[in-house]
Design a protein around this ligand. Structure first.
Ligand code: SAM
Length: 172
């Protein structure tokens, strides 16, 4: 006999969620610092809200509007504006923040072996075509790769970032 499955209603789901977005906890930060497509920023913003992370993005002229359009939440997640990505990463690293690159790289650990973040951690995501630039690669403490068995060269950056954020948040 198959189990009886009851899907939770929207009002039950709302009642189980926070009433307001978290204020800046600063513990976990998703950093798509070289974005190309606004839709990916909207997807990452929703994941940030789900896992209690902040989003760090450059203030390119089109980014505020992309976040406004992509924000389908009642209240937005925490957004930090980054003016100089390599300089910001270097300052964070010097202050003790763990810098985790999400990238396809020889030195990468597999997602399954990534442990949840213990202190302030930034998950650095690459450009949709060129990946993480070389000057930022030099600043990474760890690189994590999501294994793939299909024919595509890589995952969508928002999918890759969301998987890693869930693991860093300890929710997977
Ligand atoms: C579309 S990929 C970059 C393109 C890639 N250099 C290529 O040649 O296909 C964009 C970003 O998504 C993330 N990404 C995509 N697939 C990934 C995977 N399997 N493991 C880790 N990161 C991944 C990385 O941050 C990467 O820089």
């Amino acid at each position: 006999m198959s189990p009886s499955i009851r899907v939770r209603t929207p009002s039950e789901l709302r009642a189980a969620r926070r009433r307001k977005a978290h204020s800046c906890w600063g513990h976990l930060v998703a950093a798509p610092l070289w974005p190309l497509h606004g839709a990916n920023l909207g997807t990452l913003l929703r994941t940030c809200d789900a896992v209690g992370a902040c989003l760090a993005v450059p203030r390119f002229p089109w980014v505020p509007e992309a976040l406004r359009r992509g924000n389908t939440l009642r209240r937005p997640a925490c957004v930090h504006w980054v003016h100089d990505p390599p300089g910001w990463l270097a300052r964070e690293k010097a202050a003790g923040t763990a810098i985790v690159g999400v990238e396809l790289a020889d030195e990468a650990v597999r997602l399954a072996d990534l442990t949840p973040a213990r202190g302030r951690t930034i998950a650095v995501l690459g450009h949709e075509q060129q990946g993480i630039p070389p000057d930022a690669l030099d600043l990474l403490d760890t690189v994590v790769e999501i294994p793939m068995v299909g024919t595509g060269a890589s995952l969508n950056v928002a999918v890759a970032g969301s998987l890693v954020l869930y693991k860093l948040a300890g929710l997977l």
